[in-house]
Design a protein around this ligand. Structure first.
Ligand SMILES: *Cc1c(COP(=O)(O)O)cnc(C)c1O
Length: 379
């Protein structure tokens, strides 16, 4: 049987091919490979979509998290609260600034940062008295916005900055408000596999704080001041290049449709799978961008199930096999209490093929294979 792609970027390319060929050649012929007009155009279009005053393009999603931390001067002696169940970049940027990532457990229903555990971890840091609680980085995991209503309130109470990691969440919403706008600053990624992906690396920061935006623009270009060779602060080189911006402008033209299509795919999956496995929950008022469609399966059956799917040409992935609080890279950061729900999720999660062009027969094939795998005796 024909192998099914986990994410079908090829189908998307073929659909957009005429426009892509034009813009790719236009950028090549125009020769403004860095800082071309497409970058500013994209920033304008995305800021409008998200509903913020400013969008600042940068080199990747990891830099989109790093730049606000630099702007805020986050560093040694400070605690930044991150979920443990996320991609490493969320917490890596904190540790590389010299601050301490403090890992927070998840709400088992949404896979997102648990507000109750956030409050517990803040209290634990305060009680210990060694670190100053400074910021929190909630993640819109798998495309579902985190519980910003609760988290923003806790942050206000404890005087913490909030940086939204919307690398997977771009296109998600709460009560009609778009992801990357739920706190003062939102970071997103244009890595090809993300909901809005380019043909390489890219990222962006969203904010309505004009003075912060000015600092971020300076920081992404070596701390420039009024002119190119005046440097008023130490910065980094983190540019979104013209070619990626041009690609993203074309892709953005179908992005809202793609989000709708992803939601249909997720609904169809859940309809078929909910009698057999625990399917992802979307709280009332929330909309996911469905970066991933992730179910929970019995931990003891997961490996054989993955093998069973693979034999039928169906790829699946484990996001994530290990909580960040247990990663060797963070071994020197003594955790403050554990993250049992993260550890349980790591044993049970399974992400299925997800993209806007997944058709019904393919979806049926995937669902049937998963169900037969779960219900076969010898598995
Ligand atoms: C992908 C991702 C990032 C990093 O984005 P890059 O563009 O790969 O640097 C950060 N956080 C989360 C949650 C991600 O999924």
């Amino acid at each position: 049987m024909e192998a099914i792609p986990f994410i079908d970027l090829k189908k998307q390319f073929l659909l957009l091919k005429p426009q892509m060929e034009k813009v790719l050649l236009d950028v090549a012929a125009g020769s403004h490979y860095i800082g071309g007009s497409e970058v500013g155009q994209l920033e304008k279009v995305l800021a409008e979509y998200v509903g913020v005053a400013e969008c600042i393009g940068c080199a990747n999603g990891t830099d989109a998290l790093t730049l606000p931390l630099l702007a805020w001067g986050i560093g040694p002696g400070e605690a930044v609260f991150c979920p443990s169940f996320t991609f490493i970049a969320t917490a890596e940027v904190v540790a590389l600034r010299g601050a301490v990532p403090v890992f927070v457990d998840i709400d088992p229903r949404t896979f997102n940062m648990c507000p109750v555990d956030l409050e517990n971890k803040i209290e634990a840091v305060k009680k210990q008295g060694r670190l100053k609680p400074r910021a929190v980085i909630p993640v819109d995991l798998f495309g579902l916005p985190a519980d910003f209503k609760s988290i923003n309130e806790i942050a206000r109470k404890h005087d913490l900055l909030v940086l939204e990691d919307a690398a997977q969440g771009f296109g998600g919403e709460i009560d009609g408000q778009k992801a990357a706008s739920f706190s003062g600053v939102g970071a997103t990624s244009f890595f090809p596999a993300k909901p809005l992906g380019s043909y390489g690396d890219g990222g962006a920061i969203m904010t309505s704080d004009k003075s912060l935006a000015e600092v971020l623009r300076s920081l992404r270009g070596h701390g420039t001041g009024q002119s190119k060779y005046e440097h008023i602060r130490l910065g980094v080189n983190s540019r979104l290049d013209t070619l990626q911006a041009a690609v993203l402008l074309v892709k953005f033209s179908v992005f809202p449709q793609e989000i709708k299509a992803r939601r249909k795919v997720a609904e169809a999956y859940s309809e078929r799978l909910s009698p057999y496995v625990s399917v992802p929950e979307v709280p009332a008022g929330y909309g996911s961008s469905w970066a991933q469609y992730t179910v929970r399966v019995p931990a003891g059956k997961r490996d054989t199930l993955i093998k069973h799917l693979k034999e039928q040409g169906i790829p699946s992935n484990i996001y994530y096999p290990l909580g960040l609080h247990l990663q060797p890279a963070f071994a020197s950061y003594p955790g403050l209490g554990n993250c049992p729900e993260t550890e349980k999720a790591c044993r049970e999660v399974l992400s299925l093929p997800m993209h806007p062009y997944l058709d019904e027969p393919t979806l049926d094939r995937i669902a049937e294979a998963l169900i037969s795998g779960l219900t076969t005796e010898d598995l």
